[in-house]
Design a protein around this ligand. Structure first.
Ligand code: DMJ
Length: 621
């Protein structure tokens, strides 16, 4: 057999490691120089390839070394020396080694590619989770129909032409600035301000929801033309107003202040964020209606959706003024969300009420949401009952007078109230007493004083030619309530005043002598001014402004007082959010032209948040 040009070879390392191979090599002839050179060339090429793999893929050195050395050490299947064809044997070996090496490199690369691929996959999965999360959040956030916003009539006004009125209006705006600036400075983002302690004040009524003053003040800032302040309030709402909180709230309070405030801010400004937030919050309140009758719970954990009633409320009852003061806001929520569920909940409340017998035609303050039966027969047009009556009338007016059921319910209720609750004192003051199981308590709350404005607003639609009569009733209540202010040292009215024991329109109990910046008397003066233009109402409003400045204004805001009969009253250290939402707004409107939030186009909710009459200002396309 002629010597071949290409001699069989093995790598030194292989020969040293394999006795079998060594013995084969011993019997071979020595290599020629060219063969040696070729061998060296191939060998160095191989080494270069191995090192290249290591150096060019440094991050995978561990893995690569594992794979690489594993492949080197593993005997190649069928690699036993062929006795009869050294060259072929060595060629096979070489190609096998190459093949193995390439395989190892491929595997290493694959693994390396796999690694970023895995990371990529992980990232993809993470991304997917984020997308899913935000999708589920988006599901939670309301999907709202398109609305072409048309600014309702009278969202902004002109300066009054009369200089005295202009000056007074400017003064009220200055009061708003004082209240707002101090809240901003000392309690920004919290619910309310403690103007003496210069700290934040929190109320359990809102659970962990923050920013009650901001949301309550939005529309007042807007109508007063406080644009920078409105802008900063809006930015706060955008960034911070959060309803994903785990705490129990008062459904009523959150509805009138937050839902109402947001709805008004939307209708005045057209800023979408307010609509979104209002609907979002409205949806969070819906579990409150999960009761056997659909009469909502008073308290609701807006995260868990668990509701209950006030522990003190007659046998676990819901409160008339609370479940009866959702209608206006909820009708607008349906209007702006395109979701009928809000309106349906309201109409169900109506159904439950209309099925029930009313003692003497009156509505007791307590209704059990489980049994659908009245609790204690306690009737009041003040606390616990008040805004239920207000919302019957306003439901009719806000429907552009199409909601006939609400109209009937309102005028029937007023008839029963007149017959059973309204009395005249010896001194000639008409007042609205409270009814407890057939017995009258001759007490009228500050809260009850809103009824003057309500009777005036409802006078126009009164049946049986009773418009004049309703207007007279309104004027009498306004006068009595003004009297309750006039008979104090501070010229601010007490929490409740009595017509018994020889007194008239005066508080007799120490715990009824406080004034907490409430709006109801001023509210009635505002309606009376707008509907009669009798200047005495503006004067009464101005008296209240002066009394507030003298007794409630402190260096860092406005505070309630503990005793309206004291010439030097002490302060309760709370600037209530309704002072900015209601008291100052009603005062401002009293000293504005009638076309600013005209009563022909707007309905004020129980927290003085203006809502447009549906139909006159249709927003939904
Ligand atoms: C306000 O929060 C509302 O007017 C509510 O209806 C009852 N009263 C307070 C202010 O007095």
């Amino acid at each position: 057999m002629p010597p071949t040009t290409l001699l069989p070879f093995t790598t030194p390392s292989t020969s040293r490691k394999s006795g079998t191979n060594s013995s084969v090599l011993i019997n071979r002839p020595a290599f020629r120089l060219t063969e040696k050179f070729l061998l060296l060339l191939v060998f160095s090429g191989f080494i270069t390839l191995c090192f290249g793999a290591i150096f060019f893929l440094p991050d995978s050195s561990k893995l690569l070394s594992g794979v690489f050395f594993h492949s080197q050490h593993t005997p190649v299947a069928g690699s036993g020396p062929k006795q009869d064809g050294g060259r072929e044997l060595e060629g096979d070996k070489l190609s096998k080694i190459r093949e193995d090496h390439e395989k190892a490199l491929r595997e290493a690369k694959d693994t390396l590619q796999k690694l970023p691929e895995q990371i990529k996959q992980d990232i993809r999965e993470e991304k997917q989770k984020v997308v899913q999360n935000s999708a589920s959040k988006k599901e939670a956030a309301p999907r709202l129909p398109n609305v072409v916003f048309r600014k309702p009539v009278g969202a902004t006004g002109r300066e009054p032409s009369d200089p005295k009125t202009r000056e007074r209006q400017a003064k009220i705006k200055e009061m708003m600035k004082h209240a707002w600036e101090n809240y901003k400075h000392h309690a920004w983002g919290s619910n309310e301000l403690k103007p003496l302690s210069k700290q934040q004040h929190s109320s359990s009524l809102f659970g962990n929801i923050q920013g009650a003053t901001i949301v309550d003040a939005l529309d007042t800032l807007y109508i007063m033309g406080m644009h920078d302040e409105f802008k900063e309030a809006k930015e706060w709402v955008e960034k911070n107003l959060d309803f994903n909180v785990h705490a129990e709230v008062s459904v009523f309070e959150v509805n009138i202040r937050f839902v109402g405030g947001l709805l008004s801010a939307y209708y005045l400004s057209g800023e979408e964020i307010f609509r979104t937030k209002a609907v979002d919050l409205g949806e969070k309140l819906l579990p409150a209606f999960n009761t056997p009758t659909g009469i909502p719970w008073a308290l609701l954990n807006i995260k868990s959706g668990i509701g209950r009633n006030w522990p003190w409320a007659s046998g676990g009852s819901s409160i008339l003024a609370e479940f009866g003061t959702l209608h206006l806001e909820f009708m607008h929520l349906s209007q702006l969300s395109g979701k009928p569920v809000f309106a349906e909940k309201m109409m169900n409340i109506r159904k439950v009420l209309n099925r029930l017998d009313k003692p003497q035609g009156l509505y007791p303050n307590y209704l059990n949401p489980n049994s659908g039966q009245w609790g204690q027969h306690h009737v009041s047009v003040g606390g616990l009952g008040d805004s239920f009556y207000e919302y019957l009338l306003k439901a009719w007016l806000m429907s552009d007078k199409t909601d006939e059921e609400a109209r009937k319910m309102y005028y029937d209720a007023v008839q029963a109230i007149e017959t059973h609750l309204i009395r005249k004192s010896n001194g000639g003051f008409k007042y609205i007493a409270e009814w407890k199981g057939g017995l009258l308590e001759h007490k009228m709350g500050h809260l009850t004083c809103f009824a003057g404005g309500m009777f005036a607003l409802g006078a126009d639609g009164a049946p049986d030619d009773k418009s004049g009569h309703h207007m007279e009733l309104a004027a009498e209540i306004a006068r009595t309530c003004h009297e309750s202010y006039d008979r104090t040292a501070t010229k601010l009215g007490p929490e409740a005043f009595r017509f018994d024991g020889g007194v008239e329109a005066i508080a007799t109990r120490q715990n009824e002598k406080y004034y907490i910046l409430r709006p109801e008397v001023i509210e009635t003066h505002m309606y009376m001014w707008r509907l009669t233009h009798d200047p005495k109402y503006r004067e009464w409003g101005w008296e209240a402004v002066q009394a507030l400045e003298k007794n409630c204004r402190v260096a860092a805001g406005y505070s309630g007082i503990r005793d309206v009969y004291s010439s030097q009253p002490t302060h309760d250290d709370v600037q209530q959010s309704f002072f900015l939402a209601e008291t100052l707004k009603y005062l401002y409107l009293m000293f504005s032209d009638d076309d600013l939030l005209s009563l022909d186009h707007w309905i004020f909710n129980s927290e003085a948040h203006p809502l447009p009459i549906i139909g006159k200002n249709d927003q939904i396309q």
